[in-house]
Design a protein around this ligand. Structure first.
Ligand code: 5GP
Length: 174
């Protein structure tokens, strides 16, 4: 497919919003230690910016779950490809995701993590496409609500490319 990428959210706006989210999280978790749990690979760029701004004692961990193929449509199947490395019993966990779309991935992962006996589980997502929801799933910390468009950059890919773009862009067919 021949396509171009049009800027949706410029770098400065993303960076500014991440600082605001981190400030909110720092306040909410004052006096606590948190586990910041990223979902590979899409959350990596957002998460690395976010944790640098968090003024809290924390550890990081990652899970890898499959929800999408190399195209742009959901399979609806959630498979755990990599579980966390640490014990999460009695921990305060913040799951970090790049985008909530249908909500299928996060609703599954959230229950999977809760079942480990955590003290609390919250969700922080850079982007949210509320129009596309198939199951109820609300992010506790949401960077930006965006329209129903396929986006790339800031960790999000199209056929594994463009994760390194320092802004969020819409994939537009030529
Ligand atoms: P959900 O289970 O909420 O439908 O899907 C979440 C996952 O789908 C995200 O972590 C992301 O990998 C992928 N996804 C959903 N919408 C987009 C999009 O607009 N662009 C990209 N690159 N991935 C998306």
């Amino acid at each position: 497919m021949d396509y171009t990428i049009e800027t949706l959210i410029p770098r400065e706006k993303v960076e500014q919003r991440i600082k605001e989210l981190a400030c909110e999280i720092t306040k909410d978790y004052e006096g606590k230690e948190v586990v910041v749990l990223g979902l590979l690979k899409g959350s990596v760029v957002f998460m690395s910016d976010l944790i640098k701004e968090l003024d809290l004692p924390l550890t990081i961990d990652f899970m890898n779950v499959s929800s999408y193929g190399d195209g742009t449509s959901t399979t609806g199947v959630v498979k755990i490809l990599k579980d966390v490395d640490q014990e999460l019993k009695d921990k305060d966990v913040i799951i970090v995701e790049d985008i909530i779309d249908t909500g299928l991935t996060l609703s599954y992962v959230k229950e999977f993590i809760k079942a480990k006996g955590t003290k609390s589980v919250k969700v922080c997502t850079l982007l949210d496409k509320p129009e596309r929801r198939k199951v109820e799933m609300k992010g506790d910390y949401v960077g930006f609500e965006i329209p129903d468009e396929f986006v790339v950059g800031y960790g999000l890919d199209y056929a594994q490319k463009h994760r390194n773009l320092p802004y969020v862009g819409i994939v537009v067919r030529k």
